[in-house]
Design a protein around this ligand. Structure first.
Ligand SMILES: [Zn+2]
Ligand SMILES: [Zn+2]
Length: 384
């Protein structure tokens, strides 16, 4: 988060706060923090970055990751389980309500990741009263993606040191590593080092976050396996085996891979309207699957924006609609956003030129011809 954001937002009277950025250059000219000021053997030449406002420093040093076998076999198990669950679904061996239950679980619990672990706990892009935090924690826990503290911790490191050795799922190490490899490989020493210096004091002061962390193993058994599997077995007599492979492994692995797509696909395939020098991209397919988390170029440039995009439409950003609904009843508040002119300036300076081709602001600055009052004055003065 840039300096003074929270202070300046706190004094704003509107419900949705736009983040004042008096010196916009301070944001886009801010360089990636030095990887390790005591270790200068991994820094790239500063001359290349100083010549480009949008460039960031990169690091590379030899490192051989080891396979963490328990994590590897856990991933193998859930992915094989995904195939078994899929088999039950495509051969119509599951009951109708099991399909609905699985769909509802994937959709609803995903909001625990997007609105909870991501936009609330990782980025502090809005605030939530305890009933909403409890609901989000309940939904997030069902996903089974580790505890919220650990999730947010790695995600903060990812943003702060994106595309460097200190990035837990550094996309520069290839699609497979960014997608799933990082989960079962030993982390780079830089990741371990940076985890120690990322500020997590806000989450350490949140009793809901810390309670979920403390009781994560029993909660996993109860909410990731027990609840999803036993509900169909108890209420509509689903076979226990079908309920297990569909409502646990298939459902769990589906949600997991959608989250993984943000780290892999949304760091590789798409446009870069806001900063062409970074690898995160805007990807519509990921945005749809991940309920608004595919607008990743914008999100890495403005991670404090609760919408994670500049789009106002809820269609491709269901999570924003969810947060706005709870803002209406007062459970979500202090939603932070970025003024449109700041976004436009950043896009004009660092973007790849695709901003006006891909979003609802398309052609907003276009003019129909001579006489259009939107013709810039300097253009009018230059007409011969
Ligand atoms: Zn993020
Ligand atoms: Zn990212």
């Amino acid at each position: 988060m840039p300096p003074n954001v929270s202070d300046s937002v706190a004094t704003d009277s509107a419900d949705v706060k736009t983040v004042p950025t008096p010196d916009t250059n301070a944001v886009w000219e801010r360089k990636r923090p030095a990887q390790d000021e005591n270790n200068n053997n991994s820094k790239t030449s500063s001359s290349s970055s100083s010549s480009n406002d949008c460039a960031h420093e990169r690091t590379s040093e030899p490192f051989r990751a080891q396979i963490r076998w328990p994590d590897f076999f856990a991933q193998l198990f859930v992915h094989v389980g995904f195939v078994i669950g899929l088999y039950y679904l495509v051969t119509f061996q599951a009951k109708f309500y099991t399909y609905l239950w699985t769909l509802a679980l994937v959709w609803a619990t995903g909001l625990g990741i997007t609105a909870g672990a991501h936009r609330l706990w990782s980025h502090k892009s809005y605030k939530a009263r305890w009933p909403l935090r409890l609901l989000l924690m309940f939904l997030f826990t069902i996903c089974g993606q580790r505890d919220a503290y650990t999730w947010a911790h790695d995600h903060r490191v990812h943003h702060k040191y994106s595309e460097t050795d200190a990035d837990p799922h550094n996309a520069k190490r290839g699609f497979f590593f960014a997608h799933v490899g990082w989960v079962f490989l030993t982390p780079h020493p830089e990741v371990v080092a940076k985890r120690k210096i990322i500020d997590m004091s806000d989450l350490e002061a949140d009793p809901i976050v810390m309670a979920q962390r403390r009781f994560y193993i029993p909660l996993f058994a109860l909410l990731v396996i027990g609840l999803p599997v036993l509900v169909p077995w108890y209420y509509w007599d689903e076979q226990l085996a079908v309920a297990f492979w569909v409502c646990f492994t298939f459902r769990f692995t589906t949600t997991l891979n959608i989250a993984f797509f943000v780290n892999s696909v949304a760091h590789m395939f798409g446009n870069k309207p806001y900063d062409r020098s970074i690898s995160p991209v805007e990807n519509l397919a990921v945005a749809i699957a991940a309920m608004g988390e595919g607008w990743h170029n914008y999100h890495h440039v403005f991670p404090w924006d609760y919408k994670t995009s500049e789009l106002g439409s809820y269609l491709f950003n269901v999570t924003t609609g969810f947060i706005d609904c709870f803002a209406r009843v007062g459970w979500a508040y202090d939603r932070k956003s970025v003024p449109a002119e700041v976004v436009a300036r950043r896009a004009a300076k660092c973007g790849d030129g695709t901003r006006f081709l891909t979003d609802e602001y398309a052609h907003q600055d276009a003019v129909w011809g001579y006489g259009d009052e939107d013709i810039p004055k300097e253009d009018l003065d230059a007409i011969i």
